[in-house]
Design a protein around this ligand. Structure first.
Ligand SMILES: [Zn+2]
Length: 209
């Protein structure tokens, strides 16, 4: 997911002071940033494969995903955004309460919430590294929880509020073949694609053939 605070229309948003960090940035000394796939690339529009091998290769992929996310100044990245057909995402994302969340989830599944909790909506802006330079308003539940595994195959549950809840939903959606623009009205989707066509990403992308 793209950082909301890079957005020129978002000057009024005050970034909360980070008072707590949950998780840590892995050692990226051997990691390599890879170019980002963009809307239209088939790998973004189908469900990714489940991860079944919890090995050094997976660990190296996660490190490369962190490096790619930081190079693109994102707050979340799914494996298919660097062209890898596997269910894993990484994040380094603030919530609305001053907590910076850093980590990864393998084979994530969003928890379903009772309808009354879904009514607490966060109506902020959303952007995506795979839809470069575009942003749109998209209401999302203000709380989300994801269950999955860590890189060693241990069960994990990650939850959060506000902007981080948005990130967890956005990244899980990626791994099932959905972009945030797929949740917009036809008009807003068209507008987002127009923003993308008119903008120039500040990071390397994979050209669509
Ligand atoms: Zn995205």
């Amino acid at each position: 997911m793209a950082d909301q605070h890079n957005h020129e229309h978002d000057h009024e948003h005050e970034e909360p002071q980070v008072t707590e960090v949950i998780g840590e940035v892995p050692d990226l000394s051997k990691a390599e940033a890879r170019p980002i796939t963009v809307v239209g690339n088939p790998v973004l529009h189908r469900e990714c494969k489940d991860v079944t091998a919890f090995d050094a290769e997976l660990s190296a992929l996660i490190d490369d995903m962190f490096a790619s996310m930081y190079a693109a100044e994102g707050v979340g990245l799914a494996a298919n955004q660097i062209g890898v057909d596997l269910k894993v995402f990484v994040y380094d994302c603030p919530d609305d309460e001053g907590v910076r969340h850093i980590g990864h989830v393998v084979n994530p599944v969003l928890e379903e919430w009772p309808a009354d909790r879904k009514r607490v909506l966060d109506d902020g802006q959303e952007g995506c590294l795979s839809v470069p330079t575009a942003y749109a308003e998209l209401p999302r539940p203000g709380y989300a929880a994801v269950r999955g595994q860590d890189k060693d195959g241990n069960p994990v549950r990650v939850d959060g509020t506000g902007f981080f809840a948005r990130c967890l939903q956005h990244e899980t959606d990626h791994l099932y073949g959905f972009l945030y623009i797929d949740k917009l009205s036809k008009r807003d989707r068209k507008d987002a694609l127009k923003q993308m066509a008119e903008g120039t990403p500040r990071y390397a992308t994979v050209p669509n053939s």
